[in-house]
Design a binder for this molecule. Structure first.
Ligand SMILES: C[S@@+](CC[C@H](N)C(=O)[O-])C[C@H]1O[C@@H](n2cnc3c(N)ncnc32)[C@H](O)[C@@H]1O
Length: 216
């Protein structure tokens, strides 16, 4: 090849990222040992006073979380499920189902403020979420506290999807989650105690639970 006829090296085109499947297969996941573990972990914290409160949960059409909470003693009528993705399916089986995202639910159900004894925000997004999907777990967590949803002694379970665990490290996301929960709790008159039992699974998900106690 002559000096003047050098081969033009074109940049390799980036492989298009595979888009994640939007739909969550509730039936398949209801047998997933990690999901069973997280639900049972929360249910074990539901002693007699706690089951008298209201619960806000992200649940799927398999209703694994609802069923676990009912077994623990919660009344079905006190369990609230916002889910615009499989609304019809859930609504057929559970009355208090809402055709909206969690963020909208929190905007419109302030009569539940101060009454929530258990919340399982079982997100499928990263902590900061995505503009295109209009889902931002960090904003939802902020709203949960600024609208004062927790009662005096509430359990809050949260699952987030980790960014890229291989390059960012799991620690940064987990620290951010703990920071956001404890900061928004504190700013709104609560103490958040991170419970032992935080668990990473499937290389990309992280579950953590907190006891939220009203500061006097
Ligand atoms: C991870 S699944 C819930 C699984 C259930 N908690 C269990 O343990 O089997 C989350 C469900 O809530 C829906 N969802 C995710 N983010 C949401 C949001 N911000 N608002 C409302 N629904 C959401 C998903 O489409 C899915 O059906």
């Amino acid at each position: 090849m002559s000096f003047f006829k050098q081969k033009v090296v074109t940049k390799p085109t980036k492989k298009k990222a595979k888009s994640k499947k939007e739909n969550y297969d509730g039936k398949k996941h209801s047998k997933d040992e990690n999901k069973l573990w997280a639900n049972n972990f929360l249910a074990d914290l539901c002693y007699s006073e706690r089951v008298k409160g209201q619960a806000i949960i992200l649940d799927s059409e398999a209703l694994l979380t609802t069923k676990t909470l009912v077994r623990a003693g919660f009344k079905r009528a006190n369990i609230h499920i916002p889910n615009p993705f499989v609304y019809e399916e859930i609504k057929r089986k559970h009355r208090n189902t809402y055709n909206c995202l969690l963020s909208e639910f929190l905007d419109n159900h302030k009569h539940l403020a101060g009454k929530v004894s258990l919340a399982f925000l079982d997100f499928m997004d990263t902590l900061h979420g995505s503009e295109t999907k209009d889902r931002h777990p960090d904003d939802d967590i902020k709203k949960f506290f600024s609208d004062k949803y927790p009662n005096d002694d509430c359990v809050l379970g949260i699952t987030i999807s980790l960014r890229n665990p291989k390059t960012n490290g799991v620690g940064a996301d987990v620290n951010n989650l703990n920071y956001i929960v404890s900061r928004f709790a504190y700013e709104n008159g609560y103490h958040a105690v991170c419970l032992p039992g935080g668990k990473g699974y499937k290389g990309g998900m992280f579950f953590s639970a907190y006891r939220i106690i009203k500061a006097h």
